[in-house]
Design a protein around this ligand. Sequence first.
Ligand code: FAD
Length: 441
Amino acid sequence: MWTLDKHRYDQLPYPTVIVVGGGFAGLEIVQKLAGKPYKILLLDKQNHHCFQPLLYQVATASLSSDSIGHPFRRTVGPMPNVAFRMAEVKRVVPEEKRIETSVGDYTYDILILALGSTTNFFGNRQMADVAMQLKSISQALDIRSDFLQEFERAMVIHDEEERQRCLNFVIVGAGPTGVELAGALAEIRRTVLKHEYRELESSLMRIVLIDSNDRVLKNFSERSSANALKYLQGLGVEVRLNQRVTGGDSDRIVLDDGSLLETNTVIWAAGVKGDLIPGLELGVNERANRFMVDRTCQVQGYSDIYAVGDIALMEEPDWPRGHPQVAQAAIQQARNLAHNLIRRANGHPMRPFSYRDKGSMAVIGRRKAVVDIGRSSFGGTLAWLMWMFIHVIQLVGFRNRMMVLFNWAWKYISWKNTIRLIVRPYMRKGTAVTRAFVAQE
Ligand SMILES: Cc1cc2nc3c(=O)[nH]c(=O)nc-3n(C[C@H](O)[C@H](O)[C@H](O)COP(=O)(O)OP(=O)(O)OC[C@H]3O[C@@H](n4cnc5c(N)ncnc54)[C@H](O)[C@@H]3O)c2cc1C
């Protein structure tokens, strides 16, 4: 009898499935199709899976980067019917069942696009130039180095206005990412800045959270929004609602009422859009920058091409504008598609997908979190413990789970964010930070 183990990958007599993107959706498909009668090629422009929900903790020095990343080769190593190539996919040529990538072309029988999303600046080009983003580990490390450099710089600057600009941190977008970042920075002010930068008055550090909506966490229940606002304000975050950032440069931002806010650090967490690749124009929804898919995740207008996760826009009666761009939607769609491909291999018809909303949660600080599940909303310690538990079990890899747990326990006991290395490989030219440090050399 034929077994997978005895054959080399390239001799497998199965249809080739190319999965582009090893985020939540792509990795789930690969794991579900491991050992099944498909020859799978996983392509990603990174060499690791990134657990995005904890990126803000890398950015704020609570977790090291390797505790939320996991190398694809370690995941697929034990899977005989799966191979990995680090490659950026540039274009799909559907009529030839071919994709063009940074390392050459590949042909497929079935193509699965799990490309995720990218930061949406809503056409604000000035902000796209100067604001920092939080979508990858390298961006998280950049933010971490940035705020630490601003602290160091504030210590050596004598001009009061200039020093205040170093200590004004602006976050645009009060969704879960913005709220979590603001809360974590506020805790840094309370712990690190107060005790380790003693010559600085910690109250000089301002954390300003701006959103054009009338409440924080607008996709959560009103109760959770109100709780989150209370927690943020309790931590001393300045929350500015119903305000929009219209422009700015590396020294300040401009708000829609014409006012200016002097700052060297703006982090843009105001929205995402699909990270499309060209070649499938028939299936693109331009408003959302996502691929329109049917209930089996097949991209509209094309056969044997599927899209899952953030990049896919599937309309369901309960979700007429598509599913939320969150990990659960990506995982559930991927699971359904993998099961459908197994059914297809066995000659059975595919089953339509239905999204099951398992709830939302966000953490604002130590024992301060909000959770919405079904019709119930709650906050405080129970929500915080739930948030930690859910995030730890979702991490890829036992070592990562242990590292995260250990770091959280250590931080809880010691009140310290210890991973505070400035590791920027280079400094961006022209930023205030570069000007200050280069001037002193
Ligand atoms: C800071 C942050 C916090 C978040 N917090 C939460 C949270 O608390 N809860 C929650 O449910 N969701 C959260 N999300 C959203 C969640 O992470 C996404 O919904 C989820 O990652 C989507 O999974 P995906 O597989 O579609 O895409 P991703 O996980 O983004 O994976 C896409 C993959 O595709 C690769 N890729 C992209 N383009 C190409 C290309 N052209 N060629 C090759 N590879 C490519 C990328 O490198 C990446 O590995 C958060 C997101 C961010 C950024």
